[in-house]
Ligand binder design. Structure first.
Ligand code: SF4
Length: 291
C-alpha cells in the first residue's frame, strides 16, 4: 500500500468486514488505542453510479447532535489526508474492478467534513488523480460558516453538496444540533452560490422525527424557503439511537410530508438508509470500540 509508512496509527492487518442483509458492508479499522475508523460500502441499484464508498473524516466528532450516536460520544481527533485516502484504497481493493467501473465517494461517515477541511480537500484532490473512475464526491454538512472554502474551480461539477437541515426553523436546528449554527438563510445563500459556481444541484437532507419536524407547518415552511431554488430534498426516516428521546416518524406521516412538498413542485426523493442492521445507516456509525 502506498501509505504504509505514513499510517502508523492504523492497524491494517486487523480490519473487520460486516455485511448487511441489504448488501451494504461496513469495514472497521482499528486506529490509535481505543478507536476505530468506520467505512461503509454501498451498492445502490437505483442510482448512477451504484457503487458508493462512504468515508469518515474524523475520529469521533466535536459536534453534539442529539440524533446521532457520535453526538453522545467523545471526539478524538481529525483524520489525516492519508487516513481518508486509505479508507477508499481499502474499500476499493476489496471489490472486483468490474463492480467498481465507476463509483462515488461520500464524506458522510463519522465526523463533520467541513471541520477537517484541509485533509478533506487534499484527499479529494488526490483521489481524483488516483482514481480516473471516481465519478463524484459528495460532502454532507450540518451547515458550517466555511462552505465557501469548497468553491474551487478545479472541482467544478465534481463535488455534490448535501446540507443536513432537518428543520426549517433555526431554533429547532439549535436544539437538534445542540449548538448555535449559522442561520438557515445564510447557509441557503451560500448553497445558491455553490450551485451556480460549482455546477451542482445541492441536496437538502431532512430526517423526520415523530411529532417534532414532521408536521404540515414544517412542510409549508420548507416550501416557503426552498421555492425557486434549484435543489432537491431527500427525506429519510430517523434511525433511532440509544440515549435519545427522538423517534422516527410513522410511514404515513412521511408519505404525507412528501406529498405536500411534491404538490408544490419541490423535487423530492424518499430515502431509506442502507446497512441499518450493521449500524452503518445515517447517524449510526461511531469511532469508539463498541463492537
Ligand atoms: S451528525 Fe455529523 S456533525 Fe453531528 S454528531 Fe453526527 S457526525 Fe457529528
Amino acid at each position: 500500500m502506498r501509505w504504509d509508512i505514513l499510517l502508523n496509527t492504523i492497524d491494517k492487518l486487523d480490519f473487520k468486514i460486516i455485511s448487511s442483509i441489504d448488501g451494504a458492508k461496513k469495514i472497521i479499522i482499528p486506529a490509535d488505542i481505543s478507536t476505530n475508523i468506520e467505512i461503509c460500502v454501498l451498492h445502490l441499484p437505483y442510482r448512477f453510479p451504484s457503487n458508493v464508498i462512504c468515508v469518515s473524516s474524523q475520529l469521533g466528532c466535536p459536534y453534539k447532535c442529539i440524533f446521532c450516536r457520535n453526538g453522545h460520544r467523545k471526539f478524538y481527533r481529525n483524520l489525516t489526508t492519508q487516513e481518508i485516502i486509505y479508507q477508499v484504497d481499502l474499500a476499493y481493493n476489496m471489490f472486483s474492478k468490474t463492480e467498481f467501473n465507476s463509483f462515488d465517494v461520500t464524506y458522510m461517515g463519522v465526523g463533520e467534513p467541513l471541520n477537517n477541511l484541509d485533509s478533506v480537500l487534499n484527499s479529494i484532490e488526490i483521489l481524483f488523480k488516483e482514481y480516473p473512475n471516481l465519478n463524484k464526491v459528495n460532502i454532507s454538512t450540518i451547515g458550517l460558516r466555511n462552505i465557501r472554502s469548497l468553491f474551487i474551480n478545479s472541482f467544478k461539477g465534481l463535488i455534490h453538496l448535501q446540507f443536513s437541515m432537518h428543520s426549517p426553523f433555526n431554533r429547532e436546528r439549535d436544539f437538534l444540533f445542540n449548538s448555535k449554527l449559522p442561520d438557515i438563510d445564510f447557509i441557503l445563500s451560500e448553497l445558491d452560490s455553490f450551485a451556480n459556481q460549482m455546477e451542482d444541484i445541492p441536496c437538502i437532507n431532512y430526517l423526520l422525527f415523530s411529532n417534532f419536524n414532521d408536521t404540515t407547518i414544517h412542510a409549508n415552511e420548507l416550501i416557503k424557503i426552498l421555492r425557486g431554488r434549484k435543489y432537491y430534498v431527500k427525506i429519510s426516516n430517523y434511525n433511532k439511537i440509544e440515549n435519545s428521546d427522538l423517534f422516527p416518524s410513522h410511514n404515513s406521516k412521511k408519505d404525507k410530508f412528501i406529498s405536500i412538498l411534491k404538490n408544490d413542485g419541490l423535487f423530492v426523493k424518499s430515502f431509506i438508509s442502507y446497512g441499518r442492521d450493521i449500524e452503518a445507516g445515517c447517524g449510526q456509525m461511531v469511532s469508539d470500540k463498541i463492537i
